[in-house]
Design a binder for this molecule. Sequence first.
Ligand SMILES: [Zn+2]
Length: 105
Amino acid sequence: MDEKMRLLAAGNLLEAHTWKGMLESSGIAVELKGEALLGGVGELPTGIQNVELWVAEIDLVNAKAQMISINAEKPQWKCVNCHEVNEASFELCWNCSAERSEKYS
Ligand SMILES: [Zn+2]
């Protein structure tokens, strides 16, 4: 069978695609679902995008463990340019596209 389970909800499409890529690099197939994927571009304000990551039921436990290790290994970082907090996986600031700084302040 091919039962899918909801892994988690991402705050935006960029975050969802980042996590999807990381999980798929670990061999876990990810399907994105959410209202942000429907309809035309620009119909929804970016602040209320809801994107969910779904994985096969047999991968759910492994996927959750992957997300925990991803978050544990790499703490969030704050942009030195605009002071927005970015997910650990982002190499560029989601807000202003400044390069990630190694400084944690
Ligand atoms: Zn920034």
